[in-house]
Structures are given as structure tokens and as C-alpha cells.
Design a protein around this ligand. Structure first.
Ligand code: MN
Length: 175
């Protein structure tokens, strides 16, 4: 599997001016549990960024309405540039004039694993990822599937939703 790439991430940022980590693509850590984070990003528009550790980077998705524990809620998730692993711990305020200016707060964090046992990178490349999250706010099975609008699946639009399981919460609202 190809490693992720941080070239777009680095191109968009001036590390003299942003508190965000520069970072490097990491080597695989073998059997270490895979981590994830959801940032609440107070950018020009509030949104949530789901970031999954794989391929030596964090595969990142901007979710305007945020993830939901209610299986009825199908959330649009737009794939954004790979972020460095160090971003799992990042909180802070990105100053005006920088890419993504605004406060970045950790909304949820924990571990995840693919349900079918395949490598998660295979899922991302194939346009469907079925994972189990073990976090503070998010738990249980989630599906991330590439969206087809107008018959096209070549964009960066995905859908994120909770799968029905014992962790699903009907009528869930974020605190
Ligand atoms: Mn963001």
C-alpha cells in the first residue's frame, strides 16, 4: 500500500506562522492499535474533522454537521489532505490569515479497527470503510462510503453514518 503524503498539507501552511505540527509520514507501527481524533474546528464555518491513522498519516474528512450516534443521520464528509500523525494531539488556535484559521478543539478521540479485518487503506482506496470506533463520544460500528452524486464517484465526497448496533442512539444530539 502506498504511504500517505503530506505534500499538500505542507504546501497549504507556513510553519513559521501556524502552531500546527509539520510532521513526517511515519513508518507502520506493526500491530499497534489504530488511533483517531475528531476535531471541532471553529474555522470560518464550524465543522468537524475526522482523522484516522493509516498509511503513516491521518486520513482526514471534514464533516460539516459532525458525526452522529444516530444511524438515521447520514453525514456528508469531504476528504481533505492527509495530516501528520502528530495532529492526533493538536489543539490550539490557528491565527488569522493562515489556512484553516480558527480554534481547533479535540471533540473526540480513541481507537478504531476495520470490521472485515482488511487493511483500512484498502477500504479507503475501494471507497468503503467499515470500522469500529472506541472513543469517548463515538462508539461502535461506522460506515464511511464514497458518495455518488450524478453518477460520479470521482470526487472527495463521502457519507459517514452510524451502523445499527448496540451502541446506536436514536435521536442522539451532540452535547
Ligand atoms: Mn478543518
Amino acid at each position: 500500500m502506498p504511504r500517505g503524503s503530506l505534500s499538500t498539507y505542507k504546501k497549504k501552511r507556513d510553519f513559521q506562522r501556524t502552531p500546527e505540527p509539520a510532521g513526517k509520514v511515519k513508518r507502520s507501527e506493526g500491530d499497534a492499535p489504530l488511533r483517531y481524533v475528531v476535531h471541532e474546528h471553529h474555522a470560518s464555518r464550524l465543522h468537524y474533522d475526522l482523522r484516522l491513522e493509516m498509511a503513516g498519516v491521518l486520513k482526514s474528512f471534514a464533516v460539516p454537521k459532525g458525526p452522529s450516534m444516530n444511524p438515521e443521520d447520514k453525514r456528508m464528509a469531504v476528504q481533505t489532505e492527509d495530516h501528520p500523525i502528530e495532529y492526533l494531539e493538536f489543539t490550539g488556535t490557528i491565527g488569522d490569515g493562515n489556512y484553516g484559521a480558527g480554534e481547533m478543539v479535540i471533540w473526540d478521540q480513541g481507537f478504531y479497527e476495520p470490521v472485515e479485518g482488511y487493511d483500512p487503506e484498502t477500504g479507503i482506496e475501494g471507497g468503503k470503510l467499515h470500522i469500529v470506533l472506541a472513543g469517548k463520544r463515538l462508539q461502535g460500528e461506522f460506515i464511511l462510503v464514497k458518495a455518488r452524486f450524478g453518477g460520479s464517484a470521482d470526487g472527495r465526497n463521502w457519507l459517514l453514518f452510524k451502523k445499527r448496533d448496540e451502541y446506536a442512539i436514536a435521536g442522539w444530539q451532540p452535547e
